[in-house]
Every structure is written in structure tokens, then in C-alpha cells.
Design a protein around this ligand. Sequence first.
Ligand code: S3P
Ligand code: PEP
Length: 425
Amino acid sequence: MRVRIQNSNIKGKLTPPSSKSMMQRALAAAALAKGETSILNPCRCDDASAATDIIQKMGADVMDLGHKIIVKGNHLKAAQSVMVGESGLSLRMFSPILALNPEPVSINGRGSILKRPVHNILEGLEALGIKCKNPGKGVLPIQLQGAYKNNTAVINGALGSQFLTGLLMALPCRKQDTILEVTNLKSIPYINMTIDLLKDFGIEISHENYKRFIIKGNQQYKATEYAVESDWSSAAPLLVAGALKGKLTLENLNPYSYQADIAILDALKKCGASLHWKENSLTVEKKALNAFEFDATHCPDLFPPLVALAVHCNGDTRIKGVHRLEHKESNRGIVLQKEFGKLAVPIRIEGDEMVIPGGRLKGGISNSNNDHRIAMALAVAGLNSKYAVEIGDHDCVAKSYPDFFKDLRKIGGGIAEFYFKSQFV
Ligand SMILES: O=C(O)C1=C[C@@H](OP(=O)(O)O)[C@@H](O)[C@H](O)C1
Ligand SMILES: C=C(OP(=O)(O)O)C(=O)O
């Protein structure tokens, strides 16, 4: 399957999809809570479906009413075997939660997740007394068997925050208190999101500067009504489209969100984009844009849309945090360099920095490498390309934003469909 993006002007209004990060956390918390949780504004994407399947295996009752999802939780049944789809968060967040049940559980997935490392999950869980096996030798599948025995552990946060999110969600259900010493934590805003969500479910976590986390045991998750915010990670490529090619209003965005990717606003301000808030609606308008410097170490998912922005800025843009990209759905640093290279943009990687020369995009044939954020970045870059940009395997956007191409078309994106079986007519 392939899509062709033509140079087009953008105009209109959209509401970005709900956050898959918040949705997966809310499903996990609801499964641990006694009683009935209502999840409002639910996110519908492949990663959210993977998380829903897992909590059902844990014994949660899930009722989908369309505008909201009702979860009846607190069973913690032996799940035996679960599939995490392609979701890194579901793998790393549910592993510590599943290990609360003393029965063995095996965890597997499909596609890109089968190449992502699991050693930090196993090391962390073993340090807390969980028995771990890894028939996949470094990647999935893994097998875990509880119970938690040790009350302290050192957790390496260098690869990311998702496993720590899982521990912060699971360990309050132990009888004992746990202290985690966390080294070199990355993606810190995602931990703020976890702690904030846990508060809504009645769980308290304290920490000392993200280095020492104190997790009181014997806490009880309380069922609640939880509204999932619109997703800043999905808003990012749309905002880039507006900044490059017209005028776009995104509705229902939280300007005070804990989401890491709200940082797209800093990058847009730095390059000179015009932004205007009216309550929860944000309008972005086309202006001449200049190269910028940005550190994406703690918001790595912004890299692809920022590259799409940078290729149309005047001058060389420098983005820091390339080392954070290696273990995502693709090795995003290398893939961005390779795919934008096919469109005549000679991206350089200098240590931990990516250097993107502006004003060079000519168009051509590229591929998503089965990575949703790469597909979306190539698409919005293509809106301002001299010749068309073709993207192979674009349907991977279903991981986070199944309606991405449909929405892009709604706001004026010229998307040719004759090459592929259309999913968005
Ligand atoms: O907690 C989350 O929801 C996420 C955390 C980040 O991963 P890392 O913490 O592994 O960097 C991010 O890249 C991912 O898309 C979602
Ligand atoms: C890296 C991502 O997700 P995950 O790690 O949860 O698969 C992403 O959505 O860009």
C-alpha cells in the first residue's frame, strides 16, 4: 500500500485523536481499581486495542459505549499469555502489573516490537525478586513469575520511562513499601503524566528529583471517571502542516497538559510560527520560518514532525537527542536520514545531534519503515514539496492515529489514492 502527497494548502479545523499514552495508562489503572471506571473521550488505535485485550485477560470487564468505555476491575486473574501488539508502552507498563499475580505469564507481540530490547524490563523485575525467562534472547517473548520479594531496586532509566511507569502503577498494590533508585531517567514528562493519572485513581507516589521514588504499599486504586485528553503527539504533525502551508485550528487541546509533546509549541515559537490560543483551540498560521535549535531528549516522539518542519525552514536546524531514537518502532535517527535522503534532504547526524538543512525537499519515493511517526512526518513534509512525495506502508499510522490521512485530506491535503486500496474514502 502506498500514498501520494501533493503540494497543497491547508485550511480548516480538526480535533486531534485522544492520547494513546493516557488511554493505555487509564485502562491499566481501571483494571486495578475496585468498581466501575468510566473512560471518557477514549482513544481508538491499535495500541489502545492491545491494552484493552490485556486488561480483559487480567479479568477486567470492558464495555464500549462509544463515547465512553466502562471498565470493571480489581480481579488480577492469572493472564497466562498476553500479546502487546506493537506497543512499547503496553509491554513495559503491563509487565510489572502482570507480575503481581503469582502465576506464570508469557508476553509476546508482533511486528516492530519484536526488535525492541527487553533486557531493562528483565533486569528491573529480577532485582525486585520476579523470576524471568527470555526465550527470545534479548527480545520478546518473555516469561514472568511473581511474587515481588525485594523492597528496593536500582532501575536504569536511560532507555526510557515506560518501565518505570509500569513499576509506579504496580508497586502500590504490594503489601510492602518499595524504594526505587532510578539512574539516568529519560522521557521525564511521561512520569509526570503517570503520577498525575495515579492521583486521579487515589494512588500517591513521591520522589526526590526523579532519582529516588518512594512507593507506599497497601494502596487501593479507586474507580473514577477519567477523561482522556487530545493527543499532543498527534497534534504535532498537524501543527507542522498548518505552520508550513496555511491556517489550521486544532480544537480540544489542553494548554496545561502534562504530555511531553506539548513541547512542539516551543519548537514552533523558536522557528517563528504564528500561534494563537482561544480557550482550548489553537490556531497556527503560515509564516516564513527560520532554522531552530531544540533538545528532544525528553520528548523523543517529536523528532519526526520536527524534521518535517526543519526541512522547510531557512538554514540548518539542530535537534538534540538522537540517541533516544534507536529503540522506537524503527531506528528513527537512521530512518529519518535515509527516507528524507530519498527526497533530496541530506540530513547529518553529529554525535547526539541531527542537523537538517532547510529548503531542499524535492519529492520522491519513500517508505514509512512501518513506523507511524515516520509516515506522518513524510506526509506533512510532502505538503510543501516541489514534486509529490510517495510513502510506502503508510497504513502503519493505525498504531496511534488511524484517521490521519483522512483528517489531512479534510483540511486540504492532496492525497492521491489510486496506488493503493483506500482506507479513508
Ligand atoms: O509513556 C509513554 O506513554 C511513552 C513514553 C515514551 O517512551 P520512552 O519512555 O521509552 O522514551 C514515548 O516515546 C512513547 O511513545 C510513549
Ligand atoms: C515510541 C512510541 O510508542 P511505544 O514506545 O509505546 O511503542 C510512539 O508512539 O512513538
